[in-house]
Write a protein of this length. Structure first.
Length: 429
């Protein structure tokens, strides 16, 4: 069986029928489909006082998620509380009403930490979801709806404690809250008792900071794997990030976004008393000169996707479970695509579907069987396939297009010893 997973997903448009109008033929090939529900669905919700840009849409938009074929969606993210505790419950209820299991948030902390178990072909797969990035007050308590948290405390130190050096880049130390790590371990142990495979989703990282994995993320990932999880699905960064195998377990550090509607960004921010830079949103060069080029802001030709062009590269994580792929082992990888621009700013491609070179020429089934597919001559996508067998990990990268910073998808290609902490390859601009 196969698990297909994507990063942030949020539908907010006047004509919901334009989102996944014919379903998603690629996701339909997965036995279980997972995504991160990056926002709130409900009616007459009041934005939380700590939200920056409320991501709230009418519940009718969930119809598109049902058409796309999602089975499980994480609600543990930095926007699930944008509509207050009532919005958390409304979102979970809207998903459940459309046949989608919500995980990682609920009416109280017990509900937020409860795993979702999906069975396919006699194999039980448990999902848990957490967030380490979220506004204060979004975490669930025994008496308040919210998300399952992995909180941390961060300290900043001078680079040299014996030197006066005003404004120097500090040394940063982050320590996860012990109570949240203990809860995480207990949740994974309970999930392992209830299922054959445990998948953990984490909303983490520094948004829009390109090509950076923080020690915090890698430390949490190792904690999760040591606790017994079989795979980790990371998101929040809005750009694809590296893939690592640790103890033979795949870690997708960042899956970007699959379909993410964020129209009227300035109006959303203004609604809660904030503002965006007063620059012509069509003048990308002027914005980049005055502000970080990876800043959040509307860009010409992409009114629904206010992110750096690198954020237009998205993909689907694929994990085979209990399938004889390569040497009797399971497999994991990611298939990538690039989001369209001016011709279809609110859809996935010309007809609203994902556009995959590998799908078009039938490469996916061959890839799942461990054979190198015949790749498209039109050079319109990337295909990254990875699998492991025995004592080694092999990675195969076929580059088919001139995609910005494609080297970010370098993969760790060695098996990690039980006590070994590998160094990730640095990816320069």
């Amino acid at each position: 069986m196969s698990l297909f997973a994507v990063g942030d997903v949020f539908v907010d448009r006047a004509d919901v029928g334009t989102a996944y109008p014919n379903g998603d033929p690629f996701l339909a090939q997965g036995d279980i489909v997972f995504g991160n529900c990056e926002g709130v669905y409900g009616e007459s919700l009041v934005p939380a006082v700590t939200t920056g840009a409320p991501v709230i849409a009418p519940a009718v938009n969930v119809e598109a998620l049902q058409r796309a074929g999602f089975d499980v969606m994480s609600c543990a993210n930095n926007h699930v509380g944008d509509g207050g505790p009532a919005g958390v419950v409304a979102t979970a209820d809207a998903l459940e009403a459309h046949g989608i299991s919500a995980v990682g948030a609920g009416a109280d902390i017990q509900a937020a930490r409860k795993p979702v178990v999906v069975e396919r072909g006699g194999v039980r797969v448990a999902f848990l979801a957490y967030a380490s990035v979220f506004p204060y007050g979004y975490e669930a308590t025994h008496h308040r709806a919210g998300l399952a948290p992995i909180r941390s405390r961060t300290a900043y130190f001078p680079p040299d404690e014996y030197l006066w050096e005003p404004g120097a880049q500090p040394t940063i130390h982050t320590e996860e809250a012990a109570e949240d790590i203990e809860a995480l371990r207990a949740d994974i142990a309970a999930a392992k008792d209830a299922a054959d495979v445990v998948i953990v989703s984490v909303h983490w990282g520094e948004m829009m900071r390109p090509f950076v994995l923080m020690d915090h993320e890698r430390r949490i990932a190792r904690t999760i794997i040591h606790a017994g999880a079989d795979a980790i699905l990371g998101h929040h960064h809005h750009m694809l990030r590296g893939i690592e195998f640790y103890k033979g377990k795949p870690i997708w550090y960042g899956l970007g976004h699959h379909l993410f509607d964020l129209p009227d960004l300035a109006e959303r921010v203004a609604a809660v008393g904030g503002e965006l830079p007063g620059i012509d949103p069509k003048d990308d060069d002027a914005i980049d000169r005055l502000h970080d080029p990876y800043r959040l802001g509307t860009r010409a030709g992409y009114p629904h996707l206010p992110f750096h062009p690198d954020g237009r590269l998205t993909g689907v994580a694929v994990m085979t479970i209990g399938t004889d792929v390569v040497g009797g082992a399971s497999g994991a990888g990611v298939l990538l695509e690039r989001l369209p621009g001016r011709t279809a700013p609110a859809t996935r491609h010309r007809d609203g579907r994902p556009y995959w070179a590998s799908q078009r020429n039938g490469a996916l089934p061959r890839w799942l069987k461990g054979r190198k597919p015949k790749l498209s001559e039109k050079r319109e996508a990337l295909l990254v396939s990875m699998h492991w067998s025995g004592d080694y990990t092999s990675a195969e990268l076929a580059e088919l297009s001139d995609v910005a910073r494609a080297t970010v998808y370098r993969a760790i290609t060695r098996r990690e010893a039980a006590d070994q902490t590998p160094s990730l390859p640095r990816v320069d601009d």
